[in-house]
Design a protein around this ligand. Structure first.
Ligand code: VG1
Ligand code: CO
Length: 543
């Protein structure tokens, strides 16, 4: 086996500020494209000589071939060992768990998360640092700079490594340790939650469905829910990972998980349901006749976390992304612990978790997690919910109602305008950014603007800063609208509009947030001139 040094042209890889590289699968399959990114990572982290890496992905189309390329490149770059999930699989939270538990020098995760997979879908790759978390901007910027100047990559001329069974193989001078993709993560889950209580809950006839959406979480959910906790087989739906995710869209929201929502509003609804996304880091929580909004879920989990053994000593603090509702802040205030507001993206939670300032974190996009790993963790959220349900023995609806009566309710909805013209969306944002000074005082229907800004953040631990993270409009009526462009798409642009309004002391379940928030929604689309600029009368997705 010999090391080949292949000359290559620079590629404009991962844009600064994004947490991974996502492109059409066909782009990734172009000769040298994946290789350039991988070599840029290896170079940007100071080379691989003698290092150990973790590698795995969500099983989407090209995962199998990309893993082999990464292994051959790691060997050619002098790595000592790579830990790889069997069949090249690792969910994002499991990869984080492996990096931390086994102390590897970071890892490469193959996924485009919730983006559709397949030959005509999307592929993605990201580098996680040795803490197990997404690379911070200083690292992604270094990778990006390297990708612009790279002129060769190193790869071993060798046959594929057998990844179909666990065990240790060799590839040149490097060892490849094929691990069970579930074990390490499942062990952490067992250490955090009251499995006996959850087992008793299922034994009492409690019913649940978990929709793995043919993505990576199937094996994780089956191992824990069905094999370990005694939920009947059939609890996990669509549990076989498929290269094209069964032609589905593994984004756990009311549009893409519609069948689950219909099940929960129908006559055969189980007590509880959940879904996860492509790479297993997000979650959707449903009860009979109720979808729990992610912002509420974060607040409920934080308020009840002490019921789980892993958090019985209480929380150090709660962190949420800026567009996430303030429901979690109300819990933090009551518990007398810190509340943090960070830009969108899990990487901003890393320093807070490392410093012990926050224990639980969450995003409105259905990502929730804790200090057990450094990624959001879909199955973790589902198990914490189950632990709470097992201890409280109330329905999801009762728990939500009680929460709102205690803390008040933050009505919330996010509207996504997908696949809109990029230039028009950027102009819309640029104009909003220019206007914060003249917006206060302006009337919008029944509302009046109190303040407006473009969110910027200074990390309280390392002092790094991030600007331009989303335009916030605050209304005098305890309401807020936020605008930002998605950074995870691969075609056109997606405008996200986040709308919320606080109602103190209201446990009114019957109210539809779209109706309650109608004045805020109208004001937001008026201020941003959404119809005129994007030619859209209604959003594609409402969550
Ligand atoms: C979206 C979500 C954000 C999340 C990110 C990655 O980003 O809004 O909260 O952190 O996806 O999640 P954007 O830029 O499209 O709004 V995942 O599950 O794709 O790793
Ligand atoms: Co994801």
């Amino acid at each position: 086996m010999r090391v080949k040094s292949v000359s290559t042209n620079p590629i404009a890889g991962q844009e600064p500020g994004t947490s991974g590289l996502r492109r059409k699968t066909a782009v990734f399959m172009e000769p040298g494209y994946l290789e350039n990114f991988v070599q840029s990572v290896f170079d940007a982290v100071g080379g691989l000589a003698g290092k150990t890496l973790t590698a795995g992905g969500d099983g989407r189309y090209f995962n199998d071939r990309a893993i082999q390329i990464i292994l051959r490149m790691a060997a050619a770059n002098g790595a000592a060992r790579v830990l790889v999930g069997r069949d090249g699989l690792l969910s994002t939270p499991a990869a984080s768990a492996v990096i931390r538990t086994r102390g590897t020098d970071g890892g490469l995760i193959l996924s485009a998360s919730h983006n559709p997979a397949g030959e005509h879908g999307d592929f993605g790759i990201k580098y996680n640092i040795p803490s197990g978390g997404p690379a911070p901007e200083s690292v992604t910027d270094a990778i990006y700079r390297r990708s612009l100047e790279i002129d060769r990559y190193q790869i071993l001329d060798a046959a594929d490594v057998d990844l179909s069974t666990t065990g240790i193989r060799t590839l040149g001078a490097m060892s490849v340790e094929v691990i069970d993709p579930v074990d390490i993560h499942a062990g952490i889950m067992q250490s955090l939650f009251d499995f006996d209580a959850i087992r008793a809950l299922f034994a009492s006839g409690f019913t649940m469905r978990f929709d793995a959406m043919h993505a990576v979480t199937g094996p994780y959910a089956k191992a824990v829910l069905e094999d370990e906790l005694g939920a009947p087989s059939g609890t996990v739906l669509n549990g076989e990972p498929m290269a094209d995710f069964g032609a589905g869209y593994p984004d756990p929201n009311p549009v893409h998980a519609r069948t689950l929502v219909e099940l929960m509003t129908g006559p055969d609804a189980p007590d509880f349901a959940a879904a996860s996304d492509g790479d297993g880091d997000r979650n959707m929580i449903l009860g009979r006749d109720i979808i729990v909004t992610p912002s509420d879920s974060l607040a409920v989990l934080a308020a009840n976390a002490h019921l789980a053994p892993g958090y019985s000593g209480g929380l150090r603090g709660i962190a949420r992304s800026m567009p996430t509702s303030r429901a979690a802040d109300r819990v933090a205030a009551k518990l007398g612990i810190g509340a943090f507001e960070t830009p969108t993206g899990w990487k901003f939670f890393g320093t807070l978790l490392d410093a012990g300032l926050a224990t639980i974190c969450g995003e409105e996009s259905a990502g929730t997690g804790s200090n057990h790993v450094r990624e959001k963790d879909g199955l973790w959220a589902v198990l914490l919910w189950l632990n709470i349900l097992a201890r409280r023995r109330e329905s999801v609806r009762e728990i939500l109602n009680a929460h709102w009566s205690e803390f008040g309710r933050d009505y919330y909805t996010r509207h996504d305008y997908e696949g809109v013209d990029k230039a028009a969306a950027e102009a819309l944002m640029a104009d909003l950014r220019r206007r914060p000074a003249d917006l206060p005082g302006r009337r919008c229907g029944a509302l009046r603007i109190a303040a407006a800004d473009d969110f910027s953040y200074r990390d309280p631990v390392d002092g790094s800063s991030a600007n331009g993270q989303g335009v916030r409009i605050f209304f005098e009526e305890d309401a807020r609208a936020v605008f930002r462009l998605s950074g995870t798409g691969t075609a056109g642009a997606t405008l996200r509009v986040y709308q919320e309004r606080f109602e103190p002391g209201s446990g009114e379940l019957g109210l539809d947030p779209q109706q309650t928030l109608a004045p805020v929604i109208a004001a937001a689309s008026d201020i941003a001139e959404i119809h005129a600029r994007l030619g859209r009368l209604a959003p594609d997705v409402r969550t």
